[in-house]
Design a protein around this ligand. Structure first.
Ligand code: ATP
Ligand code: MG
Length: 490
């Protein structure tokens, strides 16, 4: 295992050379050195140097200074996004940590050794001098790379007490690199896990999402649970541990959620889908009751309660609004493709109007993962082909007011009505009819209906226009009331 010169871009070599030509030391360091050793392409390039921030700035006119740690971003001419800015950071030593979050002070220009000592894991503390090909490995990081092992630099317990985020970084890196965490490092995390509460939500969420986006998120979450980290930022997930589901389910709720999420990762699906997979049955423990006719348990309304819980959780974790909305929608409607009896063309059209044209495919994908997560991967591919065909058909049918073969202008011509609420009600009432039966989407039929609808009083029109939404709201409040009654929750 070694670094090949050919894998280091000319832009990086140039920056290092300029520093050395001016009498400073320069090394590539951290994640990029680690990735090069592993034969991977680094995501970004970091250099560390004996030069002070002002000296770096003087050498590279095209730069910007971007943080408190003296890091200077150097602009290059490269078209490659990972190379447009190369970050150069002076050797740094950190003062004491008193808050488990950040050092009380930072000093520059000590030595490479000082700089490497403050880094989190041995595999992240390797430095490479490009001009000589020397690898600086003060903590046996190379051995750990070969063994695929994450080990804290120095005394693990002290390192996690200094900065609690490192515990989440350990799990995230283990999931991304498919490494294990060395025993002593692991015990130190267990001892310090409650310190995670001192870290800002944004930083914890950042590592959590990177774990989800890794090739092995299931291994990551299992580790977080085992190390006592999960309870500090996602306790809701743990409620499903040991909650049996009966019926076709061989796994408890918790394991089913993890397996569904892993299935989404195996298929390289988006972060949103992975989140929806992880949360789709989150409310099963709260909604479970002893069986119906031929079932051991039922989970009536779990998708409604689950959508609410998911929204709360994702808001707490400060995800972007758009992500929250999409994930919540997927959780809310994840049962749609689960019930073959429900899946008519009209129902598919209605579901598309609820979740959006762009997301119906994701709902199908979520269902595919859900099945794999149940341990029944191969069942019924024919059924999915049929669902896909229905979706394709439904997308050609009218699913929005815009797709109706009549518009506001034509309605005004026919009725003499002025622009306003009533016009909107008529259009939506017509859409409701077309959603029920797509063959009604002809100008002849819609014009005839317009002339009938215009006779109705506004409140009756409103009810027709809102029929779909009303039905959904009634279903949801019934489900929630039921559950609140049984479980004394509001
Ligand atoms: P990647 O770039 O793949 O996310 P990385 O290891 O480069 O992984 P960065 O966040 O870019 O992660 O950090 C760069 C380097 O800075 C790390 O390799 C490590 O040496 C050091 N580092 C980052 N965060 C910490 C921390 N919380 N404590 C100690 N050292 C850290
Ligand atoms: Mg990096």
């Amino acid at each position: 295992m070694s670094i090949r010169q050919i894998d280091i871009p000319i832009e990086v070599k140039q920056v290092a050379k300029t520093l050395e030509d001016n009498g400073f030391e320069a090394f590539i360091v951290g994640g990029c050195t680690r990735d090069l050793m592993l034969g991977k392409t680094p995501k970004d390039w970091d250099l560390t140097t004996s030069a002070q921030p002002t000296q770096i700035q003087a050498l590279f006119p095209e730069h910007y200074a971007n943080n408190d740690y003296g890091t200077i971003g150097i602009k290059t001419e490269s078209d490659d996004d990972t190379l447009k800015i190369i970050e150069v950071t002076p050797y740094r030593a950190e003062g004491r940590y008193t808050d488990a979050r950040r050092p009380d002070s930072v000093t520059f220009g000590v030595s490479l050794e000082e700089d490497l000592k403050r880094r989190d894991f041995t595999v992240n503390a390797l430095a490479f001098r490009i001009s000589t090909g020397a690898l600086i490995d003060l903590f046996e990081g190379k051995d750990d790379l070969v063994a695929k092992r994450l080990r804290a630099v120095g005394k693990a317990e002290e390192r996690f007490a200094e900065d609690a985020l490192r515990m989440m970084r350990a799990v995230r890196l283990a999931a991304e690199l498919n490494f294990m965490i060395e025993d002593e490092t692991m015990s130190a995390i267990v001892k310090n896990s409650n310190q995670l509460r001192r870290i800002s939500v944004e930083r914890v969420t950042g590592e959590f999402l990177r774990t989800l986006n890794s090739p092995t998120p299931m291994q990551g979450i299992v580790l977080m649970e085992k190390l006592g980290l999960l309870e500090h930022f996602l306790p809701e997930l743990r409620i499903g541990i040991g909650v049996e589901q009966g019926g076709a389910h061989i796994y408890d709720v918790y394991e089913h959620l993890l397996r569904t999420m892993q299935a989404a990762a195996d298929k390289d699906f988006s972060l949103k889908l992975r989140l929806a997979a992880l949360f789709h049955d989150i409310a099963k423990p709260q909604t479970r009751r002893e069986g119906g006719k031929n079932k051991q348990y039922t989970f009536f309304g779990h998708e409604v309660v689950g959508a609410r819980m998911t929204k709360k959780i994702l808001e707490r974790l400060k995800l972007p609004r758009e992500t929250i909305d999409e994930v919540v929608n997927l959780v809310r409607w994840h049962m749609f493709f689960a019930d073959p009896e429900e899946i008519t063309l009209a129902a598919v059209r209605r579901t598309i109007t609820r979740i959006g044209e762009d997301h119906i495919e994701e709902l199908l994908n979520l269902r595919v993962c859900d099945r794999i997560g149940m341990g029944r991967p191969k069942e019924q591919p024919f059924r999915f082909r049929k669902y896909k065909a229905l979706v394709d058909q439904a997308l050609r049918d009218p699913i929005s007011v815009k797709m109706l073969r009549i518009d506001g202008v034509r309605i005004m011509e026919l009725t003499g009505e002025k622009p306003g609420k009533k016009l909107g009600y008529i259009l939506n009432a017509l859409l409701e009819e077309a959603l029920e039966d797509a063959s009604r989407n002809t100008s002849e039929y819609l014009e005839k209906r317009t002339l009938a609808l215009i006779q109705l009083p506004e409140d009756e029109l409103f009810i027709l226009a809102e029929a779909g939404k009303q039905k959904q709201a009634a279903e949801e409040s019934a489900a929630l009331k039921d559950i609140a009654r049984e479980h004394h929750i509001g």
